[in-house]
Design a protein around this ligand. Structure first.
Ligand SMILES: NC(=O)c1ccc[n+]([C@@H]2O[C@H](COP(=O)([O-])OP(=O)(O)OC[C@H]3O[C@@H](n4cnc5c(N)ncnc54)[C@H](O)[C@@H]3O)[C@@H](O)[C@H]2O)c1
Length: 289
């Protein structure tokens, strides 16, 4: 039986682990070949480790185990020229066509101890990196192409840029995710006449290294000096209306798969939340008062 994205090629940034790896695997399970891009080194203002080359190799192994092709490329989404070269290299290796773009790479340099540079670093990865990924992919996209950018509930809720506990990096993160939401809206208007769709997915807490990190534990447990994962687990559920601490990467991947597939052929400009109700509080969501 043909898969839901059979014969398509997808480029995914931040694909070495976490949600990016999960997106690669889920799209491969439904018949796509994958260009998996990751930085595979740390960024100094971001106080938890980023992925490694071994992680990226593991993504390739998992995609190939599904019977699909996977080209892995170490590249930095902050570097426009490197991304243009990386995407071109991947497209050439996988038959000269590209249908799906998942701009997923991200950092979250949280903490009051993060210097002002953290704002710039977060913005360079989480916002400029999205522009660069789309720019590198655009020359290859044709009618039916689908671009999906990863935002966050942090970009759709008030605050975030003015909370001293989040620090400069946390402010940069919220700023970037807000702009990603705006970018998706405005780009969908421009690309619509080309029949190229642009959507955002906005996750709540996701069970990845970004969430399971000391800077994040401190945000969720400001009452403790050195909170552990177990301490944070008690606070994680406060984020969602549904009684869970976080969603799993595959929950986001299922949304990405839908938006990437032709099932969503007339779905564009959406701010698609996968948030277990996190954003229901404080919004009317268009319901009658
Ligand atoms: N985990 C959460 O709770 C959560 C919630 C909402 C949104 N998000 C967003 O989801 C996306 C995926 O994050 P995740 O949860 O899988 O975390 P993660 O830290 O496991 O994965 C992020 C990946 O991006 C890569 N990366 C970072 N900087 C890069 C760069 N400059 N160039 C290329 N690759 C780079 C990392 O090496 C890593 O593999 C991010 O955009 C993040 O902001 C995460």
């Amino acid at each position: 039986m043909a898969g839901r994205v059979q014969g398509k090629v997808a480029v995914i940034s931040g694909a070495a682990r976490g949600q990016g790896r999960s997106h690669a695997l889920r799209l491969a399970q439904e018949g796509a070949d994958i260009i998996a891009i990751d930085l595979c080194e740390d960024i100094s203002t971001n106080h938890y480790a980023l992925a490694s080359q071994a992680d990226l190799a593991e993504t390739k192994r998992l995609v190939e185990a599904e019977g699909q092709k996977c080209i892995t490329i170490v590249a930095d989404v902050r570097e426009r020229r490197d991304m243009i070269a990386a995407v071109a290299q991947g497209v050439q290796a996988l038959g000269g066509h590209l249908e799906i773009v998942v701009a997923n790479a991200g950092i979250c340099p949280l903490g009051a101890d993060v210097p002002a540079q953290g704002f710039l670093d977060a913005t360079a990865v989480d916002l400029v990196g999205v522009y660069n990924t789309i720019e590198a992919a655009f020359p290859f996209l044709k009618a039916g192409g689908s671009i999906i950018a990863t935002g966050s509930v942090a970009g759709l809720m008030p605050g975030g840029t003015d909370n001293p506990a989040n620090g400069a990096g946390g402010a940069g993160y919220s700023h970037s995710k807000r702009q990603v939401a705006r970018l998706v809206h405005d780009l969908a208007l421009q690309f619509g006449p080309l029949s190229i769709r642009v959507n955002a997915v906005h996750p709540t807490n996701v069970n990845t290294n970004m969430l399971m990190s000391e800077p994040m534990y401190k945000i969720f447990r400001p009452d403790l000096e050195s909170p552990t994962q177990a301490d944070a687990m008690m606070a994680f559920p406060a984020m969602q209306v549904m009684p869970i601490p976080y969603v799993e990467p595959v929950d986001i991947s299922n949304a990405v798969l839908y938006l990437a597939s032709d099932e969503a052929r007339y779905v564009t400009g959406q701010q698609h939340k996968v948030d277990a109700g996190a954003l229901l509080r404080g919004t009317s969501s268009g319901a009658p008062a």
